[in-house]
Design a protein around this ligand. Structure first.
Ligand SMILES: N[C@@H](CCC(=O)N[C@@H](CS)C(=O)NCC(=O)O)C(=O)O
Length: 218
């Protein structure tokens, strides 16, 4: 069995169980689309979630839940790492993998800040968040400038690139001009967006019809 092949013998499509929002599942869906993978989607309405049975069955009491045959995963970043390993999006050696982990954790830090503002402090926190955004974007810009390939690490997209791309799409909705002073980050987004299978996914109803966040703020 080659590295990158799925390990279980009876493989159906992947199954993603999540709320009807883009939220923490967009990056994995963009990765899967780019890698020509299919998945089944269980969209859980909040009223059903509130009944509590599904929540009780989730390792950390939260979604997304990801099924790869008999392997059941929670934690969106663990899922992304799993997909990175299985679909050649985790660097070409351990050194690159470590750098990719570092970049993905950096994306997670900004995502956490973004989600905190969206869910806990949108009315008062949006403007300060946008004002401070360049102090986060410049870090990714510097990495892209240094790497020169158009990707964060190595010369092909890793799961960290899909994470960054997804988060940048959300930042552009929040503040359409936020990348104007970051040419490498801007061209990274354009390049990711124009990958044919990514483009097709972003234009699909499965993506377009879902709101970015669960509370209607964006
Ligand atoms: N660290 C987790 C966070 C998961 C999370 O915050 N899930 C939220 C939706 S995005 C959830 O399940 N909320 C419902 C609840 O906590 O009852 C991950 O990355 O998957």
């Amino acid at each position: 069995m080659q590295c990158g092949q799925r390990q279980n013998t009876k493989m159906g499509p992947y199954i993603i169980t999540y709320f009807p929002v883009r939220g923490r599942c967009s990056a994995m869906k963009i990765l899967l689309s780019d890698k020509d993978q299919v998945w089944k989607e269980n969209l859980v309405e909040i009223a059903d979630w509130m009944k509590g049975d599904l929540k009780k069955s989730c390792v950390f009491g939260q979604l997304p839940k990801f099924e790869d045959g008999d392997l059941v995963l929670f934690q969106s970043n663990a899922i992304l790492r799993h997909l990175g390993r299985n679909h050649d999006a985790y660097g070409k050696n351990n050194r690159e993998a470590s750098l990719i982990d570092m970049m993905a954790d950096g994306v997670e830090d900004l995502r956490t800040k973004y989600l905190k503002m969206i869910y806990q402090d949108y009315d008062n926190g949006k403007d300060p968040y946008i004002k401070d955004l360049p102090n986060h974007l410049d870090k990714f810009e510097a990495v892209l400038v240094k790497n020169k390939t158009g990707f964060l690490v190595g010369n092909q997209p890793s799961f960290a690139d899909y994470c960054l791309f997804d988060l940048m799409l959300n930042q552009l909705v929040l503040c359409p001009t936020c990348l104007d002073t970051f040419p490498s980050l801007k061209s990274f987004v354009e390049k990711m967006k124009s990958r044919p299978k990514v483009k097709a996914f972003l234009e699909s109803d499965g993506y377009k019809k879902l709101p970015i966040n669960g509370n209607g703020k964006q």
